[in-house]
Design a protein around this ligand. Structure first.
Ligand SMILES: [Zn+2]
Ligand SMILES: [Zn+2]
Length: 385
């Protein structure tokens, strides 16, 4: 679909004390390719924030979502994916106190409400906020309308493949203004998930030995988190040589090409003399989760990072010897603290982000960006608005 004007319109509807934004969005409407459509966004309502999106990373979780829809062979409600987004606050709804128009922000796909059972017991990463994972059509009017009539949803909480989004305040994190939004947007998902899994989830100690299976955007950040935590050896495992080379830049010290060895577990056990402290699995497959668990030492910890794919089952393994198999969601952290701190660390040269961005594309090339990650050709594509 073509548009005569790229600029979106913001119309104030004074009697409703709300905004209607007409914007370009990449929309999933069924099993086929995404299409760029004109979508109306209504908001913000009380406690919500309207953000003009500057850039949004293309994450594997979006691809899982699309593939699920494709496999099911049915058209869902129109869905706007994209959850690794950064931008500038345009308007805030009543009661919003932590951000104001003009603030630079990163969106947290899993808003942390601060008041539920898990937020109050210091596990905000598993907040029970109903805003996750897909924001429903909320309020008196539909939040999003495709072609002015069909209600649509924000997939994975954000709806970042779009010129604007409207989020609950708990999912909009203010950051410093001198940070480049089209790079620090990656902190919205993959970076926080991977670095946080190592630092907060596993609590990797200086001197420890770590393995990371799967070197996409999240896995590379597990490598990076282990490096920042002071790990002594970091073993990178993938089937693509290009990813192993990239992992070297992020701090990996040892490399296993899983397509070139008969037995990945045996290889790592031999490399570490059976003393591997932590294994991170950043793919989400049963086979690689079993590998992670079986390569750690007695008392070691295997961490499944991020989202497992459909119908994953794990069998075998030995829990004798106090081995732990655990999950880590969103870096096992309070994103309100962690995201601004990671931005600081990038600006001070301690966190690598530029090396993650393999390609920048306009919204119109969203399908090519997904084809790239499906082929394993990039660590991250970023959609620039
Ligand atoms: Zn993601
Ligand atoms: Zn909560």
């Amino acid at each position: 679909m073509m548009f005569t004007s790229i600029e979106s319109l913001i119309l104030r509807v004074k009697e409703r004390e709300s905004f209607m934004v007409s914007m370009k969005s990449a929309v999933v409407t069924g099993p086929g390719p995404l299409t760029v459509e004109r979508v109306e966004l209504n908001g913000p309502e009380a406690g919500e924030v309207l953000v003009k999106i500057t850039a949004c990373g293309v994450c594997h979780s979006d691809l899982h979502h699309i593939n699920r829809i494709r496999r099911a062979g049915v058209a869902p409600e129109p869905l706007i994916l994209g959850h690794e987004a950064a931008g500038v606050v345009q308007e805030v709804g009543s009661g919003v106190t932590t951000v104001q128009p003009g603030d630079h922000v990163i969106m947290a796909f899993h808003p942390q409400c601060g008041t539920c059972y898990f937020c109050r017991r210091a596990q905000p990463q598993i907040c029970e906020s109903p805003d996750f994972p897909e924001r429903a059509v909320t309020g008196a009017r539909p939040r999003l309308l495709l072609d002015g009539k069909t209600p649509a949803r924000q997939g994975i909480g954000v709806g970042g493949f779009s010129e604007y989004t409207c989020m609950p305040e708990g999912g909009v994190i203010k950051i410093r203004k001198d940070a480049p939004l089209d790079t620090v947007c990656l902190i919205g998902c993959g970076v926080t998930t991977g670095v946080g899994a190592a630092i907060n989830g596993a609590k990797v100690e200086p001197g420890s030995m770590v393995a990371v299976i799967g070197l996409g955007g999240v896995g590379l950040n597990c490598v990076q988190g282990a490096r920042m935590a002071g790990a002594h050896r970091i073993i990178a495992i993938d089937t693509l040589t290009s990813k192993l080379e990239l992992a070297a830049k992020f701090g990996a010290t040892d490399f296993v090409n899983a397509s070139e060895v008969d037995d990945v577990v045996k290889t790592v056990v031999e490399m570490t003399d059976g003393r591997l402290d932590y294994a991170f699995e950043a793919i989400g497959l049963g086979k690689t989760i079993e590998q992670a668990f079986n390569m750690i030492r007695r008392g070691g910890t295997a961490v499944v990072v991020g989202v497992t794919q459909d119908n994953v089952t794990v069998s075998g393994g030995m829990f004798l010897g106090e081995r732990t198999l655990t999950g880590s969601l969103y870096g096992s952290t309070n994103v309100h603290y962690m995201i601004p701190r990671l931005v600081d660390m990038y600006m001070e040269g301690q966190l690598m982000l530029d090396e993650l961005v393999s390609k920048r594309r306009p919204l119109e090339e969203i399908n090519e960006a997904f084809a790239d990650i499906e082929a394993g050709a990039v660590a991250r594509s970023v959609i620039n608005f």
